[in-house]
Design a protein around this ligand. Structure first.
Ligand code: SAM
Length: 344
């Protein structure tokens, strides 16, 4: 098994069967070896530096009805909000003062939010914060919209493919959503010139080891600059309310595999990981992650962006908790750096 890990570290590629063996492995020593190899790989590329991104949750209105998501259109219990442009710029200003040089604008696919409004918002951030990177995570759009936003100054785009298996995709989404279109969007984002991120939820309902192998092979071939993986966590008013959460251990294992597969990738230790396990953020970093995304949204709105139950948004998960985060990362031998942290 260690031979497989060495092969992945040296060649950055395995066959489906080989990935399946890594996923099935139960041997603690081997798993520790994989983590250690992944950690060394991260150190080689990034030293002990952890990049921070300020996450601004711009709104929770959404046209989609993904079965797993707390802000799905069909959830009547959500108090909907949309930040104004001034609100967003104010979040950026606060973030800039705290040392953030990347702003991530994430939100539901709000039908009322026009591409023009988003374009003007991106342009306004670009004008006021010329030295910052702008990341968008606003879902599926037309190629033209992606191009307009890129020209307005956006640099990166996060769009998880969620699952590469079509049948599984259909278990997670209603019929009007298309896995082919999501993959098409990812292709457009890359062609447009964005640093592109994709990823999955680990342990989403119906996910099998075979599905994960398909995800691994897809991400190997697609070669995203960013890889976002976090455990699925149920939300009480979704069709998946009674489903179990994904496994922290499998999430961490996947972080290590992705690090060995794509050594220079930007891999966050996600909020979902920190929500599920008190030291989840640290576990992710020790497994090879090199990015954290503290929440910069206005405090009064954070609770409304509840993708899943008990989502962490305060303390070390919050921008204003940067000191706590710094101390916690220091305790495991890492330091926060405030440069933009572009993919190289
Ligand atoms: N609308 C955009 C999109 O579809 O990419 C961005 C917002 S969406 C809420 C961001 C991500 O949240 C999704 O890609 C999904 O993986 C994750 N997510 C949603 N519900 C979740 C849950 N119950 N547990 C864990 N992650 C979840």
């Amino acid at each position: 098994m260690k031979r497989l890990i060495d092969k992945l570290r040296n060649e950055h590629s395995l066959t489906g069967q080989e990935y399946a063996r890594l996923l099935a492995c139960q041997d603690t020593d081997t798993l520790l070896y994989m983590q250690q190899q992944a950690r060394e790989t991260t150190h080689k590329h990034f030293g002990n530096n952890i990049y921070i991104r300020g996450l601004i949750e711009v709104g929770n209105r959404c046209r989609n009805n993904c079965y797993y998501c707390g802000i799905r259109k069909g959830n009547p219990d959500v108090e909907r909000y949309a930040l104004s442009r001034e609100n967003i710029l104010e979040c950026c200003r606060k973030g800039y003062e705290l040392g953030f040089r990347t702003f991530v604008l994430q939100g539901g696919e709000d039908p009322a939010l026009t591409d023009q409004w988003t374009e003007e918002t991106v342009a306004a951030i670009r004008r006021r914060f010329p030295d910052c990177a702008i990341t968008l995570s606003l879902g599926e759009k037309s190629k033209e919209a992606y191009e307009r936003l890129f020209r307005a100054g956006a640099n990166r785009y996060l769009l998880r493919h969620e699952t590469r298996n079509e049948e599984h995709y259909r278990k997670l989404h209603p019929a009007e959503m298309s896995p082919t279109h999501r993959l098409q969007c990812l292709q457009w984002l890359k062609e447009t010139g964005y640093q592109t991120g994709t990823g999955i939820m680990v342990g989403s309902p119906g996910q099998t080891r075979e599905h994960l192998v398909e995800d691994l092979l897809f991400i190997e071939q697609f070669h995203p600059q960013m890889i976002g993986i976090g455990p699925f966590i149920p939300h009480h008013s979704t069709p998946f309310a009674a489903q179990p959460a994904g496994s922290v251990e499998t999430t961490i294992r996947l972080i290590s595999i992705f690090r060995l597969m794509h050594p220079a990738a930007l891999i966050p230790s996600t909020t979902a990981l920190a929500t599920l396990s008190a030291d989840g953020r640290e576990k992710g970093i020790l497994a090879g992650a090199n990015v954290v995304m503290p929440n910069l949204s206005p405090g009064e709105q954070r609770k409304k962006y509840a993708l899943y139950d008990n989502k962490a948004a305060f303390g070390a998960e919050a921008a204003e908790g940067l000191h706590e985060l710094t101390q916690r990362l220091k305790a495991i031998g890492y330091r926060i750096v405030t440069d933009r942290g572009d993919y190289k």
